[in-house]
Structure formats: structure tokens, C-alpha cells
Design a binder for this molecule. Structure first.
Ligand code: FAD
Length: 512
């Protein structure tokens, strides 16, 4: 097909507008023409407020200016996630966007750390992570571009107002020629022989034809699920949380450059600091707590005055059997759902978009491309699933049925073998495609209380006194450098203060 493909995106949430911005930002009009349909009446989920460092790559790819985007969405910086009470009540650790220490003699730092502990020097491993130390004292600055510098050993992501982000992307895409149509889709018209999507019918009666349809209709999965019957692989036996209550509150307390996740009796609570407010939510399993008790727990545990009533959301963990079927590709919640514990949903949208751009078809249905796309997306989902299950499974909490259930449940073989390799030899999962990297696995495996019985024997090559001296120097360097960083609040105010934050004096530096 030499003419441009007509691409129709159904849905204008984060997934729809990210896809639209990427297609018009990256592909030329002779490759595709894009139209997006959304219904203001139906609205969007609008709760995806925490992201991963890959988000910056997406912005760069599409041509989005970081400071402008952050100003427009009341955004703040994120160096990782702090987990409170997860392994057991009273425990705390940070999953940082960065490494712990340095690999010496070709051996991962944690092996040296274990050896030091077994030889009478039980350091806290977090003291060797630049991102964790900076997080703990609420400091932020951009990582160094010098790969040899200790200040280059971390990365960052954003917290933002998801509704404002969708609005920002809309402005970006419309300025580049995207056509938006407001209204409800009421029917998906399939070709009687091929079963491909020919068109969608709007409530107004208009028939919108296209070559390729991107289903960003959210949990409904209007095209991929309802019309094309791509089934749903249910993972709720491993990830039993199926509901959330979300509520914003006034900004109060620390202005942290990290998301906080606090384990509760039947799930966990998030705290996400934005410039103008703090986002909060309780993700829980309805099998282990009532909605009323969950709401009371959430409202009891806010930093500031609630700005609204808690908003209920329902979901099921799992993914579509095929995210690309016929001439339809599902993105975002239409493709599946993994709970927001590690802020992975927007990342999954980004991955699907990047793969679509890489495999962008000349003909709307090309089985080899479809198969490859689905393989890549499935792989991402499966890897994240195992990482999330680890947080629940490796616990010694005694205070709730959920925790006992998760501790006793059978986990997927792919996770079981990772846990075994780590506890026997300190071995970390390492793969080329997909989340998460070895430093992430390390922080959660250790953070949840697992300890290797033995370290890599190559670590013994370093004389003990030299090891202790290197560790002391590294520790001291991280402490000194992070102490010289600006505060997160001051950095945000100078780099990307939003109009709303500047207008409200209580927010502009009161807790700097
Ligand atoms: C409790 C919770 C917390 C979350 N936190 C995070 C987080 O911290 N980080 C993260 O990365 N992700 C998070 N997510 C996930 C994130 O919110 C979503 O991945 C993201 O918002 C994408 O949603 P979406 O665009 O797929 O769907 P939606 O936002 O639901 O958008 C669906 C769109 O489809 C349109 N639509 C639907 N039906 C029709 C129709 N018939 N006709 C026309 N239009 C229609 C709607 O109008 C809307 O525009 C969270 C999700 C939940 C539930």
C-alpha cells in the first residue's frame, strides 16, 4: 500500500493521547493520517500519576520539552519508590532508579557487601545507592553526563497530574495536525469475510472508516475485547488486589522526590507528591476487606485535608491473549492491567507505542508483524507480573489474611527459580528485553527480607582490608555529594514551577 494508512484511535486517556502524540510527532503524513475519537461524557481513568525513567525517552522521541511538560502538569521528580511495612511491619526500603555501589573485579557490588557483612562489617546497603541517599534527604538534581562520576549512577522519572498530561499531549498532537472527534462509539463494523475492522459507528450516525484501529478505550476494550473477542488471561490468583480508592489531599509533610507505598492490612497505600496537591490511594483486595473499611483506612492516613471523596476503581490483573488482533492494536488498559505498585502501566503504553513505530505496517494486516508485536508485549507483561508478585509473596507479616495467602501461594515457575538462585548464590535475574534490571531485583529481593546464603566466590579475590577501605570511601563520597545537592522543592521551583504552585503561597516553598 503506497498511500498513507488511515489510523483511528478510539480513546483519549493517557494511552490514546500518548499514541496520538507519538504517531504525529514521529511519522510523516505520507506514512499515516491519524484521527482520535473520545467521549468527554465517558471520561478517563486519570489516576496514573507515577512513572518510570523511560518516560523521558518517550518525551525525547516525540519531541516534548521536559520543563514545559512538567510546568503544565504540576509535575515533580521521582528517584524511586519507598516501601514501608512490606516485608514485615516496621521495615523500610527504597527501590531506587539506580545501582547500589560499583562492581569491583567483575563482581556485583552486593556480593562484596555480603562478604563484608559476613566478616563483621554489616553496612546498610542503601548507604551505597546515590538515589536512595538523595531520596532520604529530599534532594534532587539531574544526573551527571560523565559516565565515570558517582552522580551518573542514578536516573529519574516524574510524578504528574494524569488528566493534565493527557490535555498537554492533546495540545501537542492537535498542533501537529491530529484530527479529534468528540462523541461515543456505539458499534464496531467488522468485514463479513476477513473479520477485520472496517469502521466504527458514532452515536451521531457517522461511520468512521480506517486501515488500522488503535483501541485505547480503557478497561472496556471496546474493539479488541468486545468486537474481536481477544480473551483475557486472568492473573488474580497471584495478584489478588482488584479495587482501589483514590483521593487527592492538600500538600503537607515532606516534598519527597519519590513515591511512597505503605503496606496495609489488605493491600497498600500510595502517596504521590505533586506541586499543587498530593495524590493518594488504597489498592486492596475485596476478598480481604470491605470497601467501607478500606475508605476509612485511606482517609485516616492522609498528610493533609482531603480535597474530595475517595473515588472507587475496579480492575482485574491480567492481559489480553492478543494485544494485536486483525487490524486492531490495544494500548493501555484495553490491553491489560497490572496494579500500580511499580508504576508500570504508562511504561507499558510506551513500550507498545515504540514497538508499533518500529514495526509500523505497510499493510494493516501482516501476520509476521502481528506475531512479533504480541511476543514483545507479552514478554513485558510477564516480566513485570513476576516482579510484582515478589513484593507480595516474600513477606513475614502477621496482620492480615492477604499476606498469609500471598506467602503461601504457588508462584509462577519463572519467579520461583529467580528466588532460589538469589537465596542460594546471590544471583540476580539478567535479561535483555523488558523490566526490571538487576539493581531493581536486588533492591526488592533484599528489601522484602530475602538473604543469599553465599556470595560469588570471585569476590574473595579482593583483600578484605582493601574491600573495607573501598566501601568506606564510596559511602563517604555519596554522603558528601548528596549533601551538596539542592532540595527537591527548590529544584522544582527553579526549573518547572507550575502557575498553580506559584499562585498558592502555601505551596511555594512552605516546606522547603
Ligand atoms: C488505581 C489506579 C492507579 C494507577 N496508577 C498508575 C501509576 O501510578 N502509574 C502508571 O503508569 N499507571 C497507573 N495506572 C494506570 C493508568 O491510569 C492507565 O494505564 C492510563 O491512565 C491509561 O489509561 P487508558 O488511556 O488506557 O484508559 P482511560 O483513561 O480509561 O481512557 C479511555 C478513553 O476511551 C474513551 N472511550 C471509552 N469508551 C468509548 C466509547 N464508547 N466511545 C468513545 N470513547 C470511548 C474514554 O472517553 C477515554 O477517553 C493506574 C490505574 C489505576 C486503576
Amino acid at each position: 500500500m503506497s498511500r498513507p494508512l488511515d489510523v483511528v484511535i478510539v480513546g483519549g486517556g493517557t494511552a490514546g493521547w500518548m499514541t496520538a502524540a507519538a504517531l504525529v510527532g514521529v511519522l510523516k503524513p505520507n506514512v499515516c493520517r491519524v484521527r482520535l475519537i473520545e467521549s468527554d461524557e465517558i471520561g478517563i481513568v486519570g489516576v496514573g500519576e507515577a512513572t518510570l525513567p523511560q518516560m523521558k525517552d518517550f518525551n525525547d522521541l516525540v519531541g516534548i520539552d521536559e520543563a514545559e511538560m512538567m510546568r503544565s502538569t504540576n509535575a515533580t521528580f521521582k528517584l524511586g519508590i519507598e516501601f514501608l511495612d512490606w516485608g514485615f511491619k516496621g521495615s523500610t526500603y527504597v527501590h531506587p532508579f539506580g545501582a547500589h555501589g560499583q562492581a569491583w573485579g567483575g563482581v556485583g557490588f552486593h556480593h562484596h557487601w555480603l562478604r563484608a557483612a559476613q566478616n563483621g562489617r554489616p553496612w546498610d546497603i542503601e548507604a551505597f545507592s546515590y538515589a536512595v541517599v538523595a531520596s532520604r534527604c529530599d534532594r534532587f538534581e539531574f544526573p551527571s553526563r560523565d559516565p565515570a562520576a558517582i552522580e551518573a549512577t542514578y536516573n529519574y522519572a516524574y510524578h504528574f497530574d494524569a488528566s493534565l498530561y493527557a490535555r498537554y499531549l492533546r495540545g501537542f498532537a492537535e498542533a501537529r495536525g491530529l484530527r479529534r472527534t468528540e462523541g461515543k462509539v456505539v458499534e464496531v463494523v467488522l468485514h463479513p469475510e476477513s473479520g477485520n475492522v472496517d469502521a466504527i459507528r458514532m452515536e451521531s450516525g457517522e461511520l468512521v472508516a480506517g486501515d488500522l484501529f488503535i483501541d485505547c478505550s480503557g478497561f472496556r476494550g471496546l474493539i479488541i475485547g468486545q468486537a474481536l473477542q481477544s480473551g483475557f488471561e486472568d492473573w488474580s490468583k497471584w495478584l489478588p488486589c482488584d479495587r482501589a480508592l483514590a483521593v487527592p489531599c492538600d500538600r503537607a509533610g515532606r516534598f519527597t522526590p519519590f513515591t511512597r507505598s505503605t503496606a496495609r492490612e489488605a493491600g497498600w497505600q500510595w502517596r504521590i507528591p505533586l506541586q499543587h496537591r498530593t495524590g493518594n490511594g488504597y489498592v486492596y483486595s475485596s476478598s480481604f476487606i470491605s470497601d467501607d473499611d478500606a475508605a476509612a483506612t485511606l482517609m485516616r492516613n492522609l498528610d493533609g485535608e482531603a480535597q474530595a471523596e475517595p473515588r472507587p476503581l475496579r480492575f482485574k490483573a491480567g492481559r489480553r491473549v492478543d494485544c494485536w488482533r486483525k487490524n486492531c492494536i490495544a494500548m493501555g488498559l484495553a490491553s491489560g492491567f497490572l496494579e500500580p505498585l511499580e508504576s508500570t502501566s504508562i511504561y507499558l503504553v510506551q513500550v507498545a507505542i515504540t514497538n508499533l513505530l518500529r514495526l509500523f505496517p505497510r499493510n494493516p494486516v501482516d501476520p509476521a508483524l502481528v506475531e512479533e508485536f504480541n511476543r514483545l508485549v507479552d514478554n513485558e507483561y510477564d516480566r513485570i507480573r513476576d516482579f510484582l508478585i515478589l513484593h507480595y509473596h516474600a513477606n513475614t507479616r502477621e496482620d492480615g489474611e492477604l499476606w498469609r495467602y500471598c506467602r503461601d501461594m504457588e508462584v509462577p515457575d519463572s519467579l520461583r527459580s529467580k528466588i532460589e538462585l538469589f537465596t542460594r548464590r546471590g544471583h540476580l535475574p539478567q535479561y535483555k528485553d523488558g523490566l526490571f534490571s538487576p539493581p531493581s531485583w536486588l533492591s526488592v529481593l533484599l528489601g522484602q527480607g530475602l538473604r543469599p546464603q553465599a556470595y560469588d566466590r570471585l569476590a574473595d579475590n579482593l583483600p578484605l582490608d582493601e574491600l573495607f577501605a573501598r566501601m568506606e570511601t564510596l559511602h563517604a563520597r555519596i554522603d558528601a555529594r548528596t549533601a551538596a545537592m539542592p532540595g527537591h522543592d527548590a529544584f522544582v521551583r527553579s526549573y518547572c514551577a507550575s502557575a498553580e504552585a506559584v499562585r498558592a503561597p502555601a505551596l511555594a516553598g512552605a516546606d522547603a
